[in-house]
Design a binder for this molecule. Sequence first.
Ligand code: ZN
Length: 458
Amino acid sequence: MELVIRGGRVIDPESGLDKEVNIGIENGKIAKICESDIEGKETINADNMIVSPGFIDIHMHEDPVAKLKEEAENSSAIFESLVRMGVTSAFGGNCGYSRFPLKPFFQDLESKGIPLHYGSFSGYNTLREFVGVVDPYASIDEEQKISLHDNIRQELETGAVGLSIGFEYSPGISTREAIEAVKVAAEYKGKLISIHFRADGHQAEESIEEMVEISRETGAAVQVSHIGSCAGFPGVMDKALQIIDEARAEDIDIMGDCYPYHSFCTAIGTAVFDGGCFQRWGINYSSIYIAEGEYRGEYCTKELFEKLREESPETMVIGFSMDEEEIQKAIKHPLIMISSDGSFSLDQGHPRGAGAFPRVLGRFVREERKISLMEALAKMTIVPARRLGLKNKGRISKGKDADLVLFDLETIIDGADFNTPTRKPEGIKTVILKGVPAVRNENIVNYKAGRVIRLKDR
Ligand SMILES: [Zn+2]
């Protein structure tokens, strides 16, 4: 064998395996799993470690400004932070915004190399702006719609994993317009539709009902994006989860994801902060923390809020609006998987991009015992793998991709906070991408072990 992982407690949520076994890896695949010794050219000792399938982050965002390194041209704070927390496959292009067109972007990533496996949704809001609908409140005309639909087909043929729609960022997108676009995407079997809600707080229920309607009318699989930031309010989450449960009982293919924090992060100039948001969330200006730029580290006042919206609308801010207990309800729910929703702007932003996965394992599994280890790992591996149609990832069984993470359950914890949002976690020792160690002793040792994930039609 080329590589052997010896002595770890191997957990595979697909089969329920939870046992001390050795793993032999050859040609990037898991070739052998057994209790007896395996001979290998190289052996990694996993004593006292959990060996899990590498985590799959179904919802992240590309950094607006990539931190370029000579040895890793396509690296960026988010890619590095994700792989250091055990994510082996990440999916961007969410909330309606992606690179366009994806083909040259994918080719560039492939020719220069990336620190983890990466795939992308095609962002509907991006495509809409590209055909000339620049005002987020405007509707689309027939001619624009025809060329937009052609672009959807082009991007899905290129290998986008699906279409993402950001209703809140472009309120001009009507339900009808979205259904027409999703029908185009649904021509490509197996494509997932990820949707950022139209409105949050007490309007979250209507937003999720809209997503149910889109799935019902098109037959497409719909992913409710970051349900915590949409419905993480007392009295709202229970109803939101109930709507999803009831839709599933009617055979509507809807699930969701959640990041384990009770604060959200977005640009201050977006439509998220248009009139009425503070009443909806029950907070005021002082709950908005400025995450980058000249006023970094300060909380807003009315004056500062208005000034930044006017003068630097791209500034990332963090809103402390949600409720932790409500977030935990989502994290525990069987139809909700774990995501990071992370991205950084010149190393600044929300700590979720460097802490989401170890935070669930350290806080919710070990310290607070809110959820079992097997359940939490399933939500980070096999559940998102199935959701995205990844047949060879998210599992530890013979013939599957050798994407693995080795961590210490006694010490794993997130290190990132609002002051140091990219600080690395503790306890995640080794990360392996297709049989190649990318992280050793908690440090990145290979910035180019990742591959672009393009989904072929199933
Ligand atoms: Zn979003």
